[in-house]
Design a protein around this ligand. Structure first.
Ligand code: 0CH
Ligand code: SF4
Length: 322
């Protein structure tokens, strides 16, 4: 047993909501207020069980495809982005679309279009089947191929090894992606980099923060859902950077008390799609078990904010008195 006086919590900062998630969740909330329920949302607005459940309770209906949305209704596209074909399908069904794609995902879509227009073969580093990757690849399906980590590099086939560029999903492990790029460059020395980082500021900052706390914690608890790529990456990064164990939980009641055996320092963080109230739940759970000394460890300040999608802003402006 550890003594109570030794027990402490290191709370990573930044953690939780990034600017793109904040904007996407607000988009659904404001659309519900402005247009009334139901509001359709294609896919989970962000990959978090609690966020989706809360919005469902307020009248959002989450669907997998636009064909499930009644003709003429409003549909919101999730933060992870959609392929151009999805916009076309929505237009055919006369849907009113509000695009909550994070501007930093849109930036990667633009890079894909530009490289494709210049006739590059584009190697998109990302996780097979992830919505963001499906959306980005849909910008130029005939030019883009997926590279799912360093072990997948040997499978890449290109038309001209002199004309290859890489892009990535925004929520990957920074270190693993650099390892993938290094292997790609061994095969294609002329490989062209994206004009700026595709892995976004929020992903990078949350990984930097979890590395810091993992170096001192025996156990790291990451709050996040199992389909949240960036949250799962935080668990992996914590294990690689010093934590004896790291676990992903949606809610405090999923913590196994056995994880605390012999643990003096618990690290806590959360993925970019996770509301702070869930982190508070974990801190309360830990405090009840003697881990009531919480030290916040800030590695970098974050001030990023994004404006609401233009379709929504336009309607809000039209409704406000001159
Ligand atoms: O980490 P992923 O991409 O699975 O998504 P999330 O958990 O909804 O976090 C927000 C990222 C949205 C797109 O970059
Ligand atoms: Fe945007 Fe990054 Fe947040 Fe994704 S994780 S929504 S790219 S800020």
């Amino acid at each position: 047993m550890t003594s109570t006086s030794e027990r402490r919590v290191l709370l990573a900062k930044p953690r939780g909501y990034c600017a793109g998630v904040d904007r996407a969740v607000q988009t659904v909330e404001i659309a519900l207020e402005k247009y009334g329920a139901p509001i359709y949302v294609r896919k989970q607005i962000v990959h978090n069980v609690h966020v989706v459940k809360t919005l469902e309770e307020r009248g959002a209906i989450f669907v997998d495809e636009t064909e499930e949305v009644p003709e003429g209704a409003i549909v919101i596209f999730s933060a992870h982005g959609v392929a151009p074909v999805v916009h076309e399908e929505a237009a055919k069904r006369n849907l009113r679309t509000i695009d909550a794609t994070c501007p930093l995902v849109t930036k990667v879509h633009k890079e894909a279009r530009r490289f494709a227009a210049e006739d590059y073969d584009i190697l998109l580093i990302g996780h097979e089947g992830h919505e963001e990757v499906i959306g980005t690849a849909g910008e130029a399906p005939e030019r883009i191929q997926l590279v799912d980590g360093p072990d997948d590099v040997e499978n890449v086939q290109v038309r001209d090894p002199e004309k290859v560029a890489w892009l990535s999903q925004t929520t990957l492990s920074v270190d693993e992606t650099m390892a993938t790029v290094a292997k790609l460059r061994e095969r294609f020395p002329k490989l062209v980099d994206p004009p700026s980082d595709d892995i976004c500021y929020a992903t990078q900052n949350r990984q930097a923060a979890v590395k810091r706390i993992a170096a001192e914690a025996q156990l790291v608890i990451v709050v996040g859902s199992t389909n949240s790529s960036n949250s799962v990456r935080l668990v992996e990064v914590a294990k690689e950077h010093g934590a004896d164990a790291a676990h992903l939980v949606d809610y405090a009641d999923q913590i196994d008390p056995a994880w605390l055996e012999g643990v003096t320092t618990v690290g806590v963080t959360s993925g970019a799609s996770v509301p702070e109230i869930l982190v508070r739940g974990v801190l309360d759970w830990l405090a009840e078990r003697g881990y009531d000394r919480v030290e916040e460890v800030e590695v970098v300040p974050e001030r990023m904010r994004f404006g609401l999608p233009q379709e929504l802003r336009k309607d809000l402006r039209a409704a406000s008195p001159a």
